[in-house]
Write a protein that binds this ligand. Structure first.
Ligand code: ARG
Length: 564
């Protein structure tokens, strides 16, 4: 049931000589205030065509529009406001949800096409930062959104496992580290070594030379260097996996930067063959002046390749491997220029598909308005954040529902879900402050609030002893409170489409919040379990809400416990 479509068709019947159906649909508005109806058609655009003032047109056209969905019309100045038949619409919407269940809102857009999503991509030997958390959860949610509209997402963890910093790390390890300490707490110890390197190097620049030397050895395949590197990578990945496990996120590929070491020669050759490389103080660059961008540095004077070179190789590899419909890179906005350069270089090399590459930037998580940084070791450790969130959730559950079975499991779902939801509810480009106590609240616009609302709805169904509905029943509902819920359910496929069009999980999170809020208003005002001629329809609405909230949460990567 797409009532906007149906109203647009009814208007089109009257105006088909003047406007296309789609133009009408685009003009239709959702009035801010329910007093102005459910759908409004402004007539300003018709003034020129009709050579009349809009209010007059609204009067004349308004009269003649009719549809079995329209309960009444109200003409206010240049607007035709439509009030829909609540019973008819709610019955149609609920029939759809009770039969489609979690498939409600699925769209056939992508034709199964592949969409590699470069996400998470933390750097080996460093802790996963809150920034990487953002990339992970936004990327995962986009993967779910793309899947819902019939694409095939491929989650890629482009690990930062190559670069001069590994030379520094090896140097530091050999000077101050031990196998035992690394094994005990790998990332903390490797971070300590890395930080120490930088502190000491401030007074002793020769350390930097040593670092470069070890990286050289690593590139040349020196067994000791390679062995240490492999070990650091493995230990780091084990640590990262702990976080991914808690977030319930898996990857289809963990090919990091090092994977492209033997694939860069080809890139350099392609660029060279197309005469795109020029020398700049011994280095090789691609000039991007016509794109208003700084030149892309492809090879340093000592022959070392760079982050950019590896990303070029990765893009080619992904195109060849997946023949992607789109390729996404979920990476902080501070790398915007890098991705502009990447696309520009590919464009210069005549790869038309460079247009299908999309950098999906996001803002920073801040602490008291300031950026969190890893350099000096002042870093918020993600695992600690998740632990704290989990224990805060447990505390609240102990207060609210001490009898709950599997308290620890639910607390983990609520605590971790709270952190993820908080991250996704903001427009991804916004910076936001992170205060754990605010995130794990059962009230307000939080993940736990949505989860809690759904668990309450589940308990109503439990009390009523129903878990499934016959879609051939009639589910007419007439009150204002259920109507607000019905409208949000009806909108769901459009919501999914908008989230997809804008690469914006927050659109799903906001839908979940609004649906939970309107459901709570409904539940506070409508006695669902009382005998009433609309009782079955009311229960169907409760059921529909549990299904759609669960689907919203699933798309965001948040669990939906049935009880909490
Ligand atoms: N490892 C990088 C960082 O932490 C992010 C990598 C993003 N992906 C890419 N293909 N460049 O900043």
């Amino acid at each position: 049931m797409d009532y906007k479509q149906i109203i647009a068709e009814a208007i089109h019947e009257q105006l088909h000589e003047n406007l296309e159906l789609n133009e009408i649909k685009d003009l239709l508005e959702k009035p801010k205030h329910t007093d102005h109806g459910d759908v409004a058609f402004p007539t300003f655009q018709l003034a020129k065509l009709f050579r009349k003032n809009p209010a007059q047109i609204a009067q004349e056209v308004g009269e003649s529009i009719s549809s079995p969905l329209i309960d009444r019309k109200q003409i206010v100045g240049p607007y035709i406001n439509f009030f829909l038949k609540k019973e008819t619409v709610s019955s149609a919407v609920l029939k759809e949800v009770v039969s489609e269940k979690n498939n409600f809102g699925n769209l056939k857009i992508g034709n199964g096409g592949n969409v590699p999503i470069d996400m998470s991509s933390p750097n080996i030997a460093k802790p996963m930062s809150m920034g990487h958390l953002r990339s992970t959860v936004i990327g995962n949610s986009l993967a779910n959104i793309f899947e819902k509209v019939d694409y095939t997402p491929i989650r890629i963890n482009h690990l930062g496992d190559w670069g001069t910093q590994f030379g520094k790390l090896i140097t530091a390890y050999k000077k101050w580290g031990s196998e035992e300490d690394v094994r005990k707490d790998p990332i903390k110890e490797l971070l300590r070594l890395y930080v120490k390197f930088h502190t000491v190097a401030e007074d002793d620049p020769s350390l930097e030379d040593e670092g470069r030397l070890w990286f050289r050895k690593l590139e040349d395949g020196n067994p000791e260097a390679v062995e240490l590197w492999t070990w650091f990578r493995e230990e780091s990945l084990n640590e990262f996996n702990k976080v991914y496990d808690r977030l319930n996120i898996t990857f289809d590929s963990t090919n990091g930067e090092a994977f492209y070491n033997d694939k860069m020669e080809e890139v350099v050759k392609i660029l060279d063959d197309k005469h795109l490389l020029s020398a700049d103080q011994g280095a090789h660059i691609v000039d991007l002046e016509k794109y208003d961008l700084n030149p892309a540095l492809i090879m340093k004077s000592d022959g070392a390749t760079l982050y950019m070179t590896r990303d070029l190789a990765a893009a080619l590899y992904r195109k060849n491997t997946y023949d992607f419909a789109q390729a996404l890179y979920v990476v902080g906005q501070e790398q915007s220029n890098h991705f502009k350069q990447l696309k520009a270089v590919l464009k210069e090399a005549d790869f038309e598909w460079s247009d299908d590459i999309h950098h999906i930037p996001f803002g920073l998580i801040t602490k008291d308005g300031k950026k969190l940084s890893t350099r000096k070791g002042k870093v918020v450790l993600l695992e600690e954040v998740l632990n704290e969130a989990s224990s805060l959730a447990l505390k609240q559950i102990e207060e609210k529902n001490p009898e709950l079975p599997n308290k620890e499991t639910v607390a983990e779902q609520v605590g971790v879900g709270a952190v993820v939801f908080h991250d996704l509810k903001n427009d991804r480009l916004n910076n936001f402050d992170f205060t754990i106590e605010e995130v794990v609240q059962f009230e307000g616009e939080t993940g736990p609030y949505v989860q809690y609302t759904r668990a309450r709805a589940m308990s109503i169904l439990n009390k009523a002893g129903v878990s499934d509905f016959d879609a051939s029943n009639d589910f007419g509902l007439s009150d204002e409170y259920s109507w607000e819920v019905i409208k949000l359910l009806q909108e769901y496929p459009h919501t999914v489409k908008r989230a997809f069009d804008n690469y914006e999980p927050s659109i799903i999170a906001k839908h979940a919040i609004h649906l939970a809020q309107s459901f709570n208003r409904f539940y506070a005002n409508v006695r669902v379990l009382d005998e009433h001629e609309e009782k079955d329809a009311r229960l169907a609405l409760v059921f529909a809400v549990t299904e759609v909230l669960k689907e919203d949460l699933r798309i965001l990567g948040v669990e939906a416990p049935n009880e909490m």
